[in-house]
Write a protein that binds this ligand. Structure first.
Ligand code: SF4
Ligand code: FE
Length: 488
């Protein structure tokens, strides 16, 4: 297992083509906008070093029984699934943001069962390749960028119907030793600081789409891969050399638009290639694992936000007001409901034919559907209790200005025994999480990450046994068994 420092060092010499705000970034670890993202990812290693967190952060390899980092493991029981949710909550509490390593982990677990089932049905050799890759990932304790969402172009058209086929990642050439792929994947969480990219199709596919039915893994520095980092609200505050104004100065996340400009993939790294019938299964399973993930990570981030709101209320002298207590209790209720959903789909998990455990798909979708709503309500209540000062107060540089500082300290004072600076810090944290850079992870990602709300609605409709419910109702209502009309 790597230590946090070893992880950072392992990115030495990884020559990636990364762009941010129009410029090429030679070493993303040194860029002030990206560094908090590296710190958050590093926590997935640091916590594995912490003996107090060992039970959550260490796992046994299914390949050789070795002690490995949790994020490289395959789930072999419902206990493993439950532990995942608890570990993600803990990491959310430590970082207050997205720590970016779960997408690749969820991709590994989805591929673990889908490569097995594809081989069973088609006589292919993907599972063996996958296991070789898993061994490499576990031995080197790697960060994987799980790469699913294609840019999609005209949403009313299938991949093969697009005016430009590159709008979905696809095979452009088959060669004796591999394939050449082209396309782009959007919203790639943690891409810049990953070691590898694991690509999966983005939707269920038909025979005419078979060149889009591909899954593979390649090093992040493979020639032809370009990262264009997305910007976030208030991101350039990180260039101002300030700390208080950032709210969460140490941790953050990032997403990138990943371009695949005729990238070579060797056969030994390909896990699906043309078997369009299995694209939908891979998407569904990956999505289910990732919808479970949100029942952990978003809850941990919610814990930080609720703690910040309770602290701000205390600093402002309103902690005992009954409506404030009520609003905080409401936030707690919503947050714990998400946790309950994450745990429920884990407890109800079951083995697939490969032996890898899968979450209960219906409950995982219910979990994520709630995640598309509750963090928004929690954020609304946070803004309500925090008050407008959160977005109107002067800057850190004003506080440090010798002429202005004393006025700010005097007039923004809350309760007498708390420093004004501390009050400003906690309000800035709430600002960060609800409308600054942190809102990417806590709000919009809760809406669209792991699939937008409608995707869960469709799955919930499909996975719920409505016919059975109708039978329950008809039986209770006496329909069919005791018809009075017939006896007349
Ligand atoms: Fe992990 Fe949550 Fe970030 Fe997804 S949003 S990568 S589950 S921390
Ligand atoms: Fe996500």
């Amino acid at each position: 297992m790597k230590t946090g420092q070893e992880y950072k060092n392992s990115l030495d010499g990884l020559a990636r083509e990364v762009y941010l705000l129009g410029d090429r970034v030679p070493d993303p670890r040194e860029h002030p906008i990206l560094r908090p993202s590296l710190n958050a990812l590093e926590m997935t290693y640091k916590m594995a070093e912490d003996s107090a967190a060992e039970e959550l952060m260490h796992a046994r390899s299914t390949l050789d029984g070795n002690d490995i980092n949790l994020f490289c493991s395959i789930h072999t029981s419902t206990e493993d699934l439950i532990r995942k949710v608890k570990a993600l909550r803990m990491l959310g509490q430590k970082t207050g943001t997205c720590f970016q390593r779960c997408v690749g982990w969820d991709a590994l677990n989805a591929l673990s069962s889908v490569t097995y089932e594809t081989d069973q049905a088609k006589g292919t050799q993907y599972h063996k390749r996958f296991l070789d890759y898993l061994k490499y990932v576990q031995e080197n304790d790697l960060v994987l960028n799980g790469s699913m969402t294609d840019v999609k172009g005209d949403r009313s058209k299938r991949p093969s119907e697009q005016a430009d086929p590159d709008l979905f990642v696809h095979i452009v050439e088959r060669q004796p030793d591999g394939i050449i792929v082209r396309g782009a994947k959007a919203h790639q969480t943690g891409a810049v600081f990953s070691h590898e990219i694991v690509v999966m199709p983005t939707l269920a596919l038909r025979p005419e789409d078979k060149d889009f039915a591909i899954s593979f893994a390649i090093p992040i520095n493979t020639p032809g891969i370009i990262h264009i980092v997305g910007r976030q609200a208030s991101d350039t505050r990180k260039l101002e050399g300030v700390e208080i104004d950032l709210g969460n100065a140490r941790f953050g996340g990032h997403e990138a638009l990943l371009i695949f400009d005729d990238v070579f993939v060797p056969w030994e790294r390909i896990f699906l290639c043309g078997e369009y019938e299995f694209a939908g299964l891979l998407v569904e399973r990956f999505a289910a694992y990732h919808r479970q993930s949100y029942g952990g990570c978003k809850v941990g981030v919610g814990d930080v936000l609720i703690g910040a709101v309770a602290t701000a209320a205390e600093y402002g002298g309103v902690a005992q007001a009954s409506h404030v207590k009520h609003k905080i209790a409401e936030m707690l209720h919503l947050n714990e409901t998400l946790f309950a959903c994450g745990l429920a789909c884990s407890y109800m998990g079951a083995p697939t034919s490969s032996g890898t455990y899968l979450v209960d798909m219906l409950l995982a979708n219910v979990c994520k559907q709630n995640v598309t709503r509750f963090p928004y309500e929690i954020a609304r209540l946070a803004e309500d209790v925090a008050g407008g000062l959160m977005v109107t107060m002067p800057s850190e540089k004003d506080l440090l200005n010798p002429r202005l500082g004393p006025y700010i300290t005097k007039y923004l004072q809350g309760i007498a025994d708390v420093a004004t600076e501390d009050r400003m810090r906690i309000l800035r944290l709430i600002e960060n999480m609800t409308s600054g850079t942190g809102a990417v992870a806590y709000r919009t990602e809760s809406m669209h990450g792991a699939g937008s709300p409608e995707a869960q609605v469709i799955m919930i409709g499909r996975l719920s046994n409505l016919a059975q419910k109708k039978e329950f109702a008809k039986t209770i209502a006496g329909i069919g068994s005791q018809s009075k009309e017939a006896s007349q």
